[in-house]
Design a protein around this ligand. Structure first.
Ligand code: HEC
Ligand code: HEC
Length: 81
């Protein structure tokens, strides 16, 4: 019974923390994939991005601190200035 309670409390805490982390990024745009157009040509799916950027999957690109996010390109496709 105790374990169950702990699991529930932990998942709530994680959801809240995750929510904060996400909000911290809202309105903030990351570096654009257009800085490296050759590697990112034709890539649109989050799953594809994570294939090269997920920190736990031996990434070929710089690992992301936020693999749990969705809609990577909302924040990472700004036109270059
Ligand atoms: C809400 C906006 C937002 C979303 C959605 C988002 N990112 Fe980011 N990302 C950022 C910001 C801001 C930074 C720069 C700060 C940092 O490194 O934490 C960043 C940094 C990065 C970096 C590090 C770049 C470097 O040069 O080190 C990678 C890689 C990255 N994101 C990949 C992704 C991937 C893959 C996804 C989708 C699973 C994603 N991002 C979704 C905002 C976002
Ligand atoms: C085939 C592997 C691959 C895929 C797929 C991929 N990337 Fe990358 N990404 C890389 C590599 C390699 C670099 C480093 C390029 C460099 O520094 O010249 C990079 C760099 C980045 C950077 C840093 C740009 C900068 O200027 O610091 C971000 C942000 C990023 N990728 C996001 C994404 C997003 C979002 C997606 C999905 C739309 C994605 N990547 C898909 C391999 C990939």
């Amino acid at each position: 019974m105790k374990t169950v309670k702990r699991i529930i409390i932990c998942s709530i805490a994680l959801t809240v923390l995750g929510g904060c982390a996400y909000r911290h990024y809202l309105g903030m745009h990351g570096p654009s994939v257009r800085n490296a157009p050759d590697v990112h040509e034709g890539v649109t799916e989050d799953a594809e991005c994570l294939g090269c950027h997920h920190p736990d999957r031996n990434p070929t690109g710089p690992p992301t601190s936020h693999p749990q996010f969705t809609g990577c390109l909302k924040c990472h496709s700004d036109p270059l200035k």
